[in-house]
Write a protein that binds this ligand. Sequence first.
Ligand SMILES: Cc1cc2nc3c(=O)[nH]c(=O)nc-3n(C[C@H](O)[C@H](O)[C@H](O)COP(=O)(O)OP(=O)(O)OC[C@H]3O[C@@H](n4cnc5c(N)ncnc54)[C@H](O)[C@@H]3O)c2cc1C
Length: 486
Amino acid sequence: MRPIHVIGGGLAGSEAAWQIASRGVPVMLHEMRPQQTTAAHKTDGLAELVCSNSFRSDDREHNAVGLLHEEMRRLGSLVMRAGDANQVPAGGALAVDRDAFSRAVTEALASHPLVEIARGEIAAIPPADWDSVIVATGPLTSAPLAAAIRTLTGEDALAFFDAIAPIVHRDSIDMSVAWFQSRYDNAGPGGTGADYINCPLDRAQYDAFLDALLAGDRVSFHEWEAATPYFDGCLPIEVMAERGRETLRFGPMKPVGLTDPHHPTVKPHAIVQLRQDNRLGTLFNMVGFQTKLKHGEQARVVRMIPGLERAEFARLGGLHRNTFLNSPKLLDGLLRLKAMPRLRFAGQITGCEGYVESAAIGLLAGRFAVAERLGEPPRIPPPTTAHGALIEHITGGHVETIDAGPRSFQPMNVNFGLFPPLAKSPSRGRDGERLRGTAKAMAKRSALTARALADLDAWRSPMMEPQAAPLVPASDDAGVPEPHPR
Ligand SMILES: Cc1cc2nc3c(=O)[nH]c(=O)nc-3n(C[C@H](O)[C@H](O)[C@H](O)COP(=O)(O)OP(=O)(O)OC[C@H]3O[C@@H](n4cnc5c(N)ncnc54)[C@H](O)[C@@H]3O)c2cc1C
């Protein structure tokens, strides 16, 4: 049987390749690293996590991304299996040891008899004899391929910026000032309730930090980047700070749900949190601290935070351009390019946002491609499921702008706003009591997720399910990443 070609061995491409091979169809996975790399990747591993090590909330009952995790598990996702097998404590979130996770994905694919991994950049539209191709080259698609896609679609692929957060060596954090605690002591999956390192700031320290942050030298824009807007979900801290002196206190530096054991009666004015980044617990990343400050400035400003005065950095933050298609216009409901249906797109380049969402769209693209190859009718998941809601966001439901302003379609994380409303929202609890406020909102989420999982199970057909294949267990020697090259 001719192989399906997958271009890009990131979150989406790895998952797509796994889904294809698991159905007994050969796949050739093209990954340009290590010959050619991106501004954010540092290794040659498949499914490398370029910034945070978190898959976000694992609460499948009340959180949309937690629901997506569960749906992916039920659909035989490699990314979720490798994530679950390599998780590190992170309160209510599913966070992973990034090196062990990537190694597990790489080893699972490399050892699959139907997967061939070809290292090298695909720099043009693939040849006509590649009759089924999944393009999963991500937000940092190499320039020649991006240019070829732009020419093919007749559009500018919209570009914007993401920024990455610094990673600090745990033993350089002053624990006589900082302390371990998860917000509201939330233990979550695999956590203890004390998984984050917290650094407190009083008002004067916060003000001084803010002034330094705002005055700090930033990486300047290239001419071609100057008009590129930020994506709101990944704003650099200095850009958040520009929006108002309280913005950070209501964002990544919010001081709620935490008590400083060194001074239990003093309420910190602001708190910086660091989350475990590797299984060894030797590295911690600064939560929400994406930044485009120059490296020297960054180290100086971060070391103004109490507890981080002597911080040593495994990686400093950076700024990166992102690329995504105007998918509602360019792609059909099965993620195929209308102008050239042998090309199918997956991952962040389609306009979803996040590791998990990218992998989920890779999972669907893989399944769609397999169904096509095997002559089966294509099956799109119901819009009431997290997968269905995401693909609906990508391929439909958007209006084109009617003036010269920016188009309406923007990358998005999965969220309950993408789901069709319930026919009837729950108004009473299990004991018949009338629900109000948070309890009502939580009951609504529970009803949405219960509906999603029931609909997903009905949609899954035994014929479609991948054969279970064992994951090669990842070893523990996670290794400390080299400092970020930029
Ligand atoms: C700087 C940055 C930080 C981010 N931080 C987060 C975060 O903290 N949390 C989060 O959930 N999401 C984050 N994202 C968003 C997004 O979730 C990730 O980028 C995610 O990895 C996207 O998955 P993907 O499979 O679409 O692309 P990727 O995982 O980037 O995979 C694409 C792959 O394609 C390869 N490739 C590119 N061009 C070619 C070519 N021409 N030929 C062959 N191979 C090619 C690349 O080397 C790469 O391996 C971030 C994005 C960026 C850019």
